[in-house]
Ligand binder design. Structure first.
Ligand code: 3HC
Ligand code: NAI
Length: 683
């Protein structure tokens, strides 16, 4: 059946798209739309047109899989121009999400009606692009530059109600009567002159007050740092006020093509598909029956246990949280409440929602209360004996068929599973701190973890709005395992003479939100410190001995002022130099290039080892982990995609070049060497 069909409702022609799953505007859809619009224009009996979509959503955008391939006629812009040029009213009937090219189709229509649950947006910026079918020119003319800027540059879709308020939607119609209501609306417009977005004048706000563009830049500078597309978006919206429609469209095209052929967009499109691929598990039937999870237990109400619990409470799943002592339990539940109340204060939750979430939480000191949980997540101290004890206990009390998970950061999940009589129900669920906020979840597949247990964990991750990646059992799984060589090199570099702030700066310039020494200061340098100021065996010991224990004491590697602004410290640099001398290390000048190579290339190597050992399913999963868990800049596509971009030979040669510094025990990945030699990529 054709993806585009049309049916006559008396004098209204209803054009219907049915291109699952998201009605992407691929070539067949564009061809069909064009043909049906031409049909409507040529048929005197047709007085108005409605465009609507079957399935879960209105057009969710251009077909991203077509990007980078030779264009197929007609282009989307041409189809939209044809729609807008019609003198017969054309109405977009929107449900689900009208995104990107879908929003642009709606803008080309003369009217837009939407159901209350619909969302409309221009998310191209999240693919490193700007809208490419005149969206940056029509939207400001329709709603004004000020309202258009956050949509074009931020990329988040707006709900129907907001769209109506800014003039993007003409009417909100019944959730269950969209088709009929849209036809009725269209009929009301017959005979009236059609309004065209391209002829709108709302964009004059940006001409009268051009300061809005710089204000927008200033307000969002930090968030947009390093990204190319947002600035292009600002320029395009500005052009909508300064140029004719035709010139503005040409300007948009120029900016769009530059982005489309650049590396950032390639990287971000890679990431889009990587995120979706990560949820798929090789070798497991995607229709495998899942274990229903209606009640969750959490052990340990510390930093992680509290945050983990919040994910489920927010998703409406009851949680029973267990501690060893009443005091710790009260502290933990108190923190959960405080976090929710802070969110409410910022207007992102109502008081009722806070109470509803808290009402789903049952604190306990008694393991028996966990008996009927469908999933129990352990988040106690990082100590194998303690974990084994906890899992032994869980094995005794929790019902058969329930999933038992550990939030361990490094420990062997198979060993933990062996403390139970049901290792097939055990796996790792490694959340990241703060667990209620960080998107990443490493799902650690034990040697014996059953397929349905793993599949259930992956499905559940979506429900609690996490991005889950499957990892194998190895030290640090995917993320922390790759962090470790970076940290080793950072420490080695400052011993060899690199300034610690330069090491941080190199990573900041690369696009990370923070460098390793800033991160240490934030976490506290005294984690794991022996607390004996006279024992100085490392730079960290030396700093702790001087009470430079990180941000919390006002000084660590850096000095901090009241507002937590950091300045590099000469005192610390002297400590490092003296320590190096004592260790017999001769310090030298180290270039930023060397710093970058030594921090990042060993990470790629570790990623290759992870792949080689089958600890990650695919290279793109590693990219998903580092982008969501550690702030690797998404516009480089993640460590493995970035390595592909600069060439694996560059990485392999770089590692050879630094071989003496990396030491004889450096585990050079054979996979990396082979791929580099053959000119292959990871992704
Ligand atoms: N093109 C091609 N495939 C797409 C697609 C698109 N625009 N949008 C989604 N898909 C695919 C996904 O890859 C996924 O495939 P899979 O099942 O094989 O993994 C499938 O559709 C379902 O997608 P999701 O799993 O993401 O489904 P959800 O229901 O969770 O989300 C959605 C639906 C909100 C529409 C989400 O898919 C989404 O955000 N899509 C991208 C929207 C977008 O970026 N549009 C702009 C495109 S660029 C553009 O339009 C340029 C224009 O200006 C010229
Ligand atoms: P934490 O020290 O803040 O909390 C641990 C809590 O567990 C404490 O409240 C303690 O009273 C309780 N506890 C200890 N033994 C218990 C037992 N037998 N029964 C019931 N409760 C018990 O520690 P945190 O940071 O929450 O870490 C917990 C786990 O999460 C560790 O395995 C850690 O490696 C892991 N993790 C920590 C991350 C972090 O950034 N803090 C990130 C990801 C994982």
């Amino acid at each position: 059946m054709s993806v585009i069909t049309a049916e006559r409702q008396d004098d209204v022609l209803v054009i219907i798209s049915n291109n699952p799953p998201v009605n992407a505007l691929g070539a067949a859809v564009r061809q069909g739309l064009k043909a049906e619009i031409e049909e409507a224009l040529g048929d005197d009996a047709v007085k108005a047109v409605v465009i609507r979509c079957e399935g879960r959503t209105f057009f969710a955008g251009a077909d991203i899989t077509e990007f980078g391939k030779p264009p197929v006629e007609p282009g989307l812009g041409e189809v939209i121009d044809l729609i807008e040029a019609s003198d017969k009213p054309v109405v977009a009937a929107i449900h689900g999400t009208a995104l990107g090219g879908g929003c642009e189709v709606a803008l080309g229509c003369h009217y837009r009606v939407a159901v209350p649950s619909a969302k409309i947006g221009l998310p191209e910026v999240k693919l490193g692009l700007i809208p490419g079918a005149a969206g940056t020119q029509r939207l400001p003319r329709l709603v004004g530059a000020e309202a258009a800027l956050p949509m074009v540059v931020g990329g988040d879709p707006v709900p129907a109600k907001h769209a109506e308020a800014i003039g993007l939607v003409d009417k909100i119609v019944g959730e269950d009567s969209l088709a009929a209501d849209a036809i009725a609306f269209a009929r009301e417009q017959i005979g009236k002159p059609v309004p065209r977005s391209s002829e709108g004048t709302a964009n004059e706000d940006g001409v009268k007050n051009p300061a809005i563009f710089d204000e927008f830049r200033a307000k969002n500078g930090r968030k947009l740092r390093g990204f190319e597309a947002p600035e292009a978006g600002i320029q395009a919206v500005k052009a909508a006020g300064e140029m004719s429609f035709a010139d503005g469209v040409a300007k948009e095209r120029e900016l769009f093509m530059k982005l489309m052929t650049g590396t950032q967009s390639a990287a971000m499109r890679h990431y889009f598909f990587a995120e979706r691929a990560a949820n798929k598990i090789e070798g497991i039937d995607k229709d495998i029956p899942l274990i229903p999870i209606n009640k969750v237990g959490v052990i340990g109400a510390g930093t992680m246990g509290g945050g983990i619990s919040m994910n489920f409470l927010s998703a409406g799943i009851p949680v029973t949280i267990l501690e060893m002592e009443q005091e710790a339990l009260d502290r933990g539940t108190g923190t959960i409440r405080k976090n929710y109340e802070r969110t409410a204060k910022r207007g992102r939750m109502t008081e009722d929602q806070v109470e509803a979430a808290m009402g789903l939480l049952t604190p306990t000191l008694d393991y028996a209360d966990l008996a009927d949980c469908d999933l129990v997540i352990e988040a106690v101290f990082e100590n194998m004996d303690v974990k084994k004890q906890v899992f032994g206990k869980l094995d005794e009390v929790v019902k058969q068929g329930a999933i038992l998970a550990s939030n361990t950061s490094y420990l062997n999940v198979d060993e933990i599973a062996a403390a139970t009589s049901r290792p097939e129900y055990v796996l790792g669920l490694h959340f990241f701190s703060p667990a209620n906020i960080m998107k990443l979840l490493e799902v650690v597949r034990g040697e014996k973890t059953a397929d349905d247990v793993l599949a259930t964990a992956m499905a559940l991750s979506k429900k609690i709005r996490k991005i889950a990646v499957v990892a194998g059992v190895c030290d640090g799984f995917i993320g922390n395992r790759m962090l470790s060589p970076r940290q080793q090199q950072a420490n080695a570099l400052i011993m060899e003479g690199a300034k610690y702030w330069e090491v941080d700066e190199v990573l900041l310039d690369f696009g990370f939100p923070m460098g390793p020494f800033q991160m240490s200061d934030l976490a506290g340098l005294d984690i794991g410190w022996h607390r004996d100021p006279s024992r100085v065996e490392s730079i960290r010991d030396a700093l702790c001995a001087l009470d430079r224990r990180g941000q919390k004491t006002g000084a660590g590697f850096y000095d901090y002022d009241e507002a937590r602004n950091r300045t590099p410290s000469d005192e610390v640099q002297t400590i490092i130099s003296e320590f190096a001398e004592k260790q017999g290390v001769v310090q030298r000048d180290i270039s930023r290039e060397e710093i970058k190579e030594r921090l990042l290339y060993p990470m790629v190597n570790e990623g290759a080892l992870i792949l080689e050992e089958g600890m990650a399913q695919r290279a793109s999963d590693i990219d998903v982990v580092w982008i969501n868990g550690y702030g690797w800049p998404v516009y480089t596509g993640g460590p493995m995609f970035w390595a592909d971009t600069i060439g694996l030979k560059t990485i392999a040669d770089g590692l050879e070049k630094h071989a003496d510094r990396l030491g004889p025990d450096f585990p050079f990945s054979q996979l990396l060497k082979d791929k580099a030699e053959k000119g292959e990529r990871f992704n």
